[in-house]
Design a protein around this ligand. Structure first.
Ligand code: ADP
Ligand code: MG
Length: 371
């Protein structure tokens, strides 16, 4: 059995799942998530009735043994779209501890580098190639910005944490586009320069989280690289932006939160993730109205506007401790996608409610965080 994409090229949305391995540091070694890479599906028992099994199809699934190079190979085909002047957006969604930062940023060792540093390497390589092949007629510039959205406020990660104003940066509409007023943009000429700025901004992120008595897992970190391709001969410039988003943890903090501040945080995370799922669903189903204006993050990203390509990576932790949150995450992805299953589908749980169009299997859709 193979799951097939309804129409990748037209829908421009891919939703893939990645399951991280059980960590040495984990006491809980009870694995509840299983994958079928052949069927592109993820299965898990119902936490409330272990005899019942839920199966969710994806465009692709990556099991515990998958490495950073394989995950990058999943997103690298978007580069040609970027260089044609289209926008590319890559999200990492999942509960805190499921591997979002590992997937996006990774570690310094060459094999452990995540999507973001690998993308930058590939962008520079492609830019150099273009320049060489055109004898210097075509040149590339890359301009980077990096910010986080915490409690619906935008903070520049290039700015030193002590310089932050608590109100965050304002937004302004110009020519139908939303701009973050005062957000720093840095032209980066070399990979080394990128690494330096990226490391500094990441350390700003953790320092400011500590100052706010918060945790970086409760903010969305958004890195944008605008790639401009100039053709000196024709005077033409193509502009495409790649945005990589390490989303706030999708766990329902309202179950455990007992102070007001955490409740406010949770409400704002839930709202922005909910709008994101609605946007991805609308894009997947090729609806003409994408509700990207309903949240700050999707509005700044202009999600789905500029012939965009979107890849959503659903990060999953395999063990029992995460069972309920993993089910919520799978439900989130399930409502956001349109994937058909071909041939003989395996026995799956059929929800007592009518399945959504395109969602052929899986648990009843429950909006995450909404009891
Ligand atoms: P998140 O950002 O979703 O909170 P992290 O990326 O910080 O989660 O991952 C949690 C822990 O699991 C980290 O220690 C990280 O190094 C480890 N980890 C995550 N994914 C993998 C993976 N694919 N292989 C090995 N370790 C991983
Ligand atoms: Mg993280």
């Amino acid at each position: 059995m193979a799951a097939s994409v309804t129409s990748t090229s037209a829908s421009q949305v891919r939703i893939v799942a990645r399951i991280r391995p059980v960590l040495d540091s984990e006491n809980d070694t009870d694995v509840v998530v299983s994958v079928s890479p052949k069927a592109n599906s993820v299965s898990m028992p119902n936490p409330k009735n272990e005899k019942e099994k839920f199966t969710f199809p994806f465009h692709a699934v990556y099991g515990m043994e998958s490495d950073q190079a394989q995950i990058f190979a999943e997103v690298s085909p978007t580069l040609k779209h970027l260089f044609k002047g289209n926008d590319v957006t890559i999200f990492a969604y999942g509960v805190t501890g499921s591997g979002k930062t590992h997937t996006m940023k990774g570690n310094k060792a060459a094999a452990e580098r995540g999507i973001i540093p690998r993308l930058l390497t590939a962008i520079y390589r492609r830019g150099k190639d273009l320049e060489k092949k055109s004898d210097g007629r075509v040149t590339m510039s890359a301009i980077m910005s990096y910010y986080e959205i915490y409690n619906d406020k935008v903070f520049d990660l290039f700015e030193a944490p002590e310089k932050r104003t608590l109100a965050g940066l304002p937004l302004r509409e110009q020519n139908g586009k939303t701009h973050v007023v005062g957000l720093m943009e840095k032209e980066i000429s070399t990979l080394k320069e990128f690494e330096m700025l990226y490391d500094k901004a990441n350390s700003n992120r953790s320092t400011s989280a500590t100052r706010l008595n918060a945790h970086s897992s409760r903010s969305h970190a958004i890195i944008c690289v605008r790639v401009e391709i100039h053709d000196q001969q024709t005077g033409e410039t193509k502009v495409g932006t790649v945005s990589c988003i390490d989303l706030a943890g999708s766990e329902d903090n309202r179950r455990t939160a007992n102070d007001k501040e955490r409740m406010v945080e949770s409400a704002s995370i839930n709202k922005s993730l909910f709008v994101l799922s609605q946007c991805v669903e609308a894009m997947s189903k090729k609806q003409s109205r994408i509700p990207y204006r309903e949240s700050k993050m999707t509005r700044i990203l202009s999600l789905g506007q500029n012939n965009g390509m979107t890849v959503m990576i659903l990060n999953l932790a395999p063990t029992k401790k995460f069972h309920q949150d993993t089910l919520s995450a799978l439900n989130f992805a399930n409502r956001a996608k349109t994937i058909e299953v071909k041939n003989d589908p395996p026995p799956v749980y059929h929800p007592p409610v009518a399945p959504k169009i395109g969602a052929v299997s899986g648990a009843p859709v429950r909006a995450f965080g909404m009891a």
